[in-house]
Design a protein around this ligand. Sequence first.
Ligand SMILES: CC(C)(COP(=O)(O)OP(=O)(O)OC[C@H]1O[C@@H](n2cnc3c(N)ncnc32)[C@H](O)[C@@H]1OP(=O)(O)O)[C@@H](O)C(=O)NCCC(=O)NCCS
Length: 177
Amino acid sequence: MLTGELVRLRALEPSDAEALYRWNEDPEVGRWMINEYPLSLAQVTEHCAQRRHNTYGDLSLCVETLAERRAIGLVSLTGAEPESGRADLDVYLGEAEFRGGGYGTDAVRVLCRYGFDAMRLHGISLWVVAENTAAYHVYRKLGFVEEGRKRESFRRDGRWHDEILMSVLEGELVEPS
Ligand SMILES: CC(C)(COP(=O)(O)OP(=O)(O)OC[C@H]1O[C@@H](n2cnc3c(N)ncnc32)[C@H](O)[C@@H]1OP(=O)(O)O)[C@@H](O)C(=O)NCCC(=O)NCCS
């Protein structure tokens, strides 16, 4: 169920700590994402070792290539509530050489399928910075539509940027043709 055409999604292992630390340090990953304050490798390692089980309300999965079984990024669905049937999605590919190769699209599709089929969600939402055109394109391609805009809510490179709220509802996810 967690396997797509290019990637599979799996639970994080303690051995993913080094990669997660490296990805956190990559300015391209952090460019359009909300950054946590810097974490040391020791802190990321501790976080991975102590991470609680994935649950309905807090699901984080490592994106692994199907071909080489290489860890390349992270996806998550958080804040799921049975009352609203909604959860929030986040995604990034930490390994730069895999960006632009269809892996992100596949990972988001697999996670959305899991959200709709296994978790019985009704809708999946996310925020994307308006200038993050590659991510916006991926979400549109998968069937996400705009729901709203938070004006000048994200500060980067000395400027304020708008954030766009997008969502895809059950039955709207675009499958590969
Ligand atoms: C966003 C991200 C997950 C997408 O994954 P990816 O594997 O790079 O994306 P894909 O290769 O599946 O698809 C990229 C699509 O965007 C298009 N694209 C690339 N750069 C673009 C740009 N500057 N403007 C518009 N479209 C662009 C590509 O042509 C491709 O579309 P196509 O398949 O129709 O040709 C990845 O680039 C990433 O991790 N970025 C850094 C972190 C981030 O911004 N995360 C999202 C936060 S909301």
